[in-house]
Design a protein around this ligand. Structure first.
Ligand SMILES: [Zn+2]
Length: 107
């Protein structure tokens, strides 16, 4: 049985959020980290292309260059969160298993 979130809160002013898990662990995630870790097909392909050609850096629009925010997190089934980012991206499902590999443990 994978750990399940029991607490979710935005850390105001830190561009980060905190998830508390049912095994007592609490982890802090920055919005930028979550956006980069988006597991959807589009983002995975972009990452693959960037790895294949590291010289070709993407040109960011002014909107994309802004620090991204998390607008909304909603449960998808009982195994993942669907995160809506401020850039409008919301196709990534962050499984609890994946989330436990991201972020950093806080006391
Ligand atoms: Zn994505």
């Amino acid at each position: 049985m994978d750990p399940t979130p029991v607490e979710l809160k935005k850390l105001e002013g830190e561009n980060a959020l905190l998830i508390g898990w049912d095994d007592g662990q609490r982890r802090r995630y920055t919005y930028g980290e979550l956006r980069k870790a988006c597991p959807c097909v589009t983002c995975r392909n972009e990452k693959k292309q960037a790895a294949a050609d590291p010289v070709k850096l993407p040109i960011l629009t002014p909107l994309e260059a802004q620090p991204v925010q998390v607008d909304k997190m909603s449960l998808a089934g009982n195994y993942a969160y669907r995160i809506t980012f401020s850039d409008g991206h919301n196709t990534g499902l962050f499984t609890f298993e994946h989330l436990r590999e991201l972020g950093e443990v806080v006391e």
